[in-house]
Design a protein around this ligand. Structure first.
Ligand SMILES: Cc1cc2nc3c(=O)[nH]c(=O)nc-3n(C[C@H](O)[C@H](O)[C@H](O)COP(=O)(O)OP(=O)(O)OC[C@H]3O[C@@H](n4cnc5c(N)ncnc54)[C@H](O)[C@@H]3O)c2cc1C
Length: 322
């Protein structure tokens, strides 16, 4: 089997997990093995319905009253135990911080190599794969040689897609988790204040960079985002200056977004920023430098001062909305 690890938090399976299952279906088809999944948590069984219709044959639920929230070593121990008992051909997880963390810990426990951020895999005795490296600025061709292949799936490379496969079979599995596996665990969550839609779910992201010039300069970016039903993003230059909170940052060390439209205002296009927005369906650049590197990624561009262009766009939207 191909075994996918389902990421979830606060009773919600992540969208990245559904992307990962899409990738997993391809892997299952090319190996002729079923795609199964494992859900770990105090109430894992209640989440099974959220992955119905995503091509999963059997879901293994590992329930333990102590696993009320994410605990990387405990999750890794649970999956490592399943590698021993169920001998999957491959274990796959999301290429998120959590997915990569769990997989690295599984690899360490089983003394197996792991490959992070896979885009394409040619199966066989060894897996030949293309994977994303250096925050998305290069693609690497690699070969994974291992008795059980451990890999994570590049974020936003696949869409979550329903197959109509219906409810998977459910099988409870026990795990040998001890107290030492629970030393690192989430004990509290502080949700940042947020007006409106979240950055990672927004269909439009209006993002500002150093070119915005100040915290006050973001007023027009915030206004535009509100008018188009979008969220505000920013570059690291902005968070370093304290103009916006880190939760708004897009990029290698911030959020990865894949909106229908990404509007980049006063952002130069460093690879560490692009890795966070490269999955956008379209990119509109507003920049006063016609040589700015981000123009190479732009579907649309306005060369001009954002302090003139953004207010003009707002005025035009207001005019059209009457
Ligand atoms: C390990 C590491 C991780 C990193 N992670 C991230 C990350 O997650 N996210 C991230 O963003 N960066 C990240 N960085 C930083 C990254 O390398 C860049 O320094 C940063 O993205 C630059 O931000 P910027 O484009 O806003 O600023 P700049 O590079 O200074 O670009 C400003 C742009 O604004 C334009 N401009 C100026 N004034 C105006 C105006 N009035 N109107 C229109 N355009 C104007 C300029 O032409 C320029 O193109 C990381 C760096 C490292 C080393």
């Amino acid at each position: 089997m191909i075994l996918g690890i389902i990421e979830h938090s606060e009773g919600q399976v992540s969208k990245l997990s559904l992307e990962m299952l899409h990738f997993g279906r391809g892997l299952a088809a090319s190996t002729g093995k079923p795609l199964n999944a494992v859900i770990i948590g105090a109430d894992a069984g209640s989440l099974v319905g959220q992955i119905a219709d995503h091509g999963v044959d059997t879901v293994y639920t590992i329930e333990d009253a102590r696993l009320t929230d994410y605990a990387p070593d405990a999750w890794a121990q649970a999956v490592a135990g399943m590698v021993g008992s169920h001998s999957p051909e491959a274990v796959i997880a999301c290429g998120s911080e959590i997915g990569n963390e769990i997989m690295a810990r599984i690899g360490a426990r089983l003394d197996l190599p792991m490959a992070a951020n896979a885009l394409e895999v040619e199966t066989g005795e060894n897996y030949s794969m293309t994977r994303v490296r250096w925050g998305g600025s290069l693609l690497e061709e690699a070969t994974l040689t291992a008795s059980t292949k451990l890999l994570t799936v590049a974020q936003h490379a696949f869409e979550p897609a329903e197959t109509g496969s219906g409810m998977p079979k459910v099988e409870a599995v026990s795990a040998d988790i001890n107290d030492a596996d629970l030393v690192v665990r989430v004990v509290n969550r502080i949700v940042p204040e947020q007006d409106g839609i979240s950055l990672t779910d927004a269909p439009i992201v209006v993002s500002g960079g150093r070119g915005v010039g100040s915290a006050d300069g973001f007023a027009s970016i915030v206004e535009l985002a509100g008018m188009v039903g979008g969220a505000v993003g920013c570059s690291r230059a902005v968070t370093n200056n304290g103009w916006r909170p880190h939760s708004d940052q897009v990029g290698q060390t911030g959020a990865r977004v894949a909106p229908n439209l990404y509007i980049a205002c006063g952002i130069s296009g460093a690879s560490q920023h692009i890795s966070g927005c490269a999955g956008s369906k379209a990119i509109l650049v507003i920049n006063n430098d016609k040589e700015a590197p981000i123009l190479a990624k732009a579907d649309y561009a306005v060369i001009g001062d954002l302090h003139e262009v953004v207010p003009a766009v707002i005025a035009e939207i207001k005019k059209r909305k009457g």
